[in-house]
Design a protein around this ligand. Structure first.
Ligand code: 13P
Length: 249
């Protein structure tokens, strides 16, 4: 009942020319592929990538947005500007935003609400640090980030929310969570969603896994019942690695 959804987060990589090359290679490589796909280039490459993926099976995503529609917010990018570029989805609460740029759950929640108000799909990222995992707090951290990130979000809004579980210790480190460890948090998160919205909504919500997903481990992760896709960083930067992840089955 849930389709797989595989997203590439290009982070702070690629010039416009490089982004165009990758987007074209992905459009070719994913022609006829059967799941749901997304690329999230840097803001600077969105206008370049938009016409390349338009009308294909690849959605256009942004990696963040400002918490206000417009105004005196030097260095920020507004939902109105993203909509103007054809962006359909916004990744929010990525661990790099939380831990490097100090974004709080309250700020992330404000952005989630604003993005939904403007008709975007949101990928809300959650995930514990290594210290939190070692202290036995992985579930508590993921629960808090889910509950606070979704504060004020209705069951109807949940049709446009995707959760991405990205354990911080697995991001860019080459250390993937084992399929069993990832599945445990995914199943737990679905329980949290059940408590918030009921079983129907929870069963429909896509929960992606992120953290060193590669062609070699994608199928094993995706085989788990509560892992519904992937949010891919490093391996999303080349068609040779992203396409096989997208075509894991
Ligand atoms: P890596 O796939 O490079 O570990 O990054 C994961 C990630 O942060 C995607 O948002």
């Amino acid at each position: 009942m849930r389709d797989y959804y595989i997203a590439g987060n290009w982070k702070m990589h690629k010039t416009r020319a490089e982004a165009a090359d990758l987007a074209k290679a992905l459009v070719d490589g994913l022609k006829g592929a059967k799941h749901k796909y997304l690329v999230a280039p840097s803001f600077t490459a969105l206008e370049t990538v938009a016409p390349i993926v338009k009308g294909t099976n690849i959605r256009l995503g942004a990696q963040n947005c400002a918490q206000e529609e417009q105004g005196a917010h030097t260095g920020e990018v507004s939902v109105l500007q993203l909509k103007d570029l054809g962006v359909q989805t916004i990744i929010l609460g990525h661990s790099e935003r939380r831990h490097v740029y100090g974004e709080s759950d309250a700020l992330i929640n404000k952005k989630v609400k604003l993005a939904l108000k403007h008709g975007f799909e949101v990928i809300l990222c959650i995930g514990e640090t290594l210290d939190e995992r070692e202290a036995g707090a992985a579930e508590a951290v993921c629960e808090a980030q889910t509950v606070l990130g979704l504060a004020g979000i209705t069951a109807a809004d949940m049709a446009n929310i995707v959760i991405a579980y990205e354990p911080v210790w697995a991001i860019g480190t080459g250390k993937t969570a084992s399929p069993e460890d990832a599945e445990a948090i995914h199943a737990f998160t679905r329980k949290v969603l059940t408590n918030l919205y009921g079983k129907d909504v929870a069963e429909k919500t896509i929960i992606q896994y992120g953290g060193s997903v590669k062609p070699e481990n994608a199928a094993q992760l995706m085989a788990k019942p509560n892992i519904d896709g992937a949010l891919v960083g490093g391996a999303a930067l080349k068609a040779e690695t992203f396409v096989p992840i997208c075509k894991f089955d």
